[in-house]
Design a protein around this ligand. Structure first.
Ligand SMILES: [Zn+2]
Ligand SMILES: [Zn+2]
Length: 308
């Protein structure tokens, strides 16, 4: 067994697109990975959804903002104020496009006194996938999307874990601490007398690294599938069903089928879709259109939790 609490799951806080609708709020997701809590996008009402779905907001580590369209960012001001009122002193990281900088500055110029914690803002400006945050067990990458204004997607992936030693092998082989270290790094032990203790016999990988990608908002673009190659679970916006495809193209969004094609090209394990148009289209339509191309698709609703 691994010593790391091996939790990797995402709570859908908001699955609507820009217009207010019943039963859905605007884009936001809470991602828990190995004891860290990340917030991805922060549409209006995010803090209420965190309370409703019991996401412990004081434990928030970092906020990742894809772009400054209101449906992805209007909730951050209320959330930061609430964290201030709750007496938070631990810094909060915010990763967002550079044009969020002046907005944050403006907000803090009026409300900063109520924010007793440091906000560490990192402007994103990469042209391809780049690591923006690294913890002991996880890497976070950002990459540009195709949405008219500067927009970024995010990939959260577990690092390769160290090998675990089979307990019974410690006594059987009389392993020394140095030898245990060698096996943990994934190497065979070769003793001075030429005896080899093969890695496969004495150790095992506690888990296969998993990954989660967040792609919203975006129209499809050529590199997308390749950049997401091998991702365990992809969340992709699917704003429109096929019948509104021309509108998607005009507004820099994807259709359900386009989202499914990205998942297929990436060889993803599962696809989760959201950011549905406020037009009166049944969610089943989006899901069905995706499943014709990529069967392991799930149309998300607010409050759902997906294990990665
Ligand atoms: Zn949006
Ligand atoms: Zn947008």
């Amino acid at each position: 067994m691994s010593n790391t609490p091996n939790i990797f799951k995402v709570t859908m806080l908001g699955t609507a697109s820009a217009m207010p609708v019943r039963d859905r709020t605007q884009s936001a997701q809470a991602l828990q990975v190995h004891g860290r809590l990340f917030l991805i996008d922060c549409g209006e009402g995010t803090q209420y959804k965190m309370v409703q779905y019991r996401v412990p907001m004081m434990k928030l580590d970092s906020i990742f903002i894809s772009h400054i369209h209101g449906d992805h960012v209007f909730g951050i001001f209320g959330l930061l104020s609430t964290l201030g009122m709750k007496g938070r002193t631990i810094p909060v990281n915010i990763f967002a496009p550079a044009n969020f900088g002046p907005i944050l500055k403006f907000f803090l110029s009026y409300y900063g006194e109520g924010i007793p914690f440091e906000i560490r803002f990192t402007p994103l400006k990469m042209k391809g996938p780049e690591i923006i945050l690294e913890t002991k067990s996880t890497q976070v990458l950002a990459f540009p999307l195709n949405h008219g204004i500067e927009t970024f997607g995010f990939i959260f992936r577990e690092k390769e874990p160290l090998y675990n030693i089979r307990k019974e092998c410690i006594a059987e082989y009389g392993l020394t601490l140095t030898e245990i270290g060698t096996l943990k790094r994934g190497e065979d032990v070769v003793r001075a007398d030429g005896t080899v203790i093969p890695l496969a016999a004495a150790a095992y990988k506690p888990y296969q690294p998993r990954s989660y990608a967040y792609c919203s908002d975006t129209a499809p673009f050529p590199e997308e599938g390749a950049w997401l190659k091998g991702t365990t679970v992809i969340y992709h916006e699917a704003t429109y069903p096929e019948e509104y495809a021309p509108e998607g193209e005009k507004r820099g969004h994807s259709t359900a089928r386009q989202a499914a094609k990205v998942a297929l090209e990436a060889g993803a394990g599962r696809l989760i879709i959201g950011h549905y148009t406020s037009r009166n289209v049944e969610i089943e339509v989006f899901q069905r259109e995706c499943r014709e191309i990529f069967p392991d698709t799930f149309a998300a609703s607010d409050g759902e939790v997906y294990e990665i």
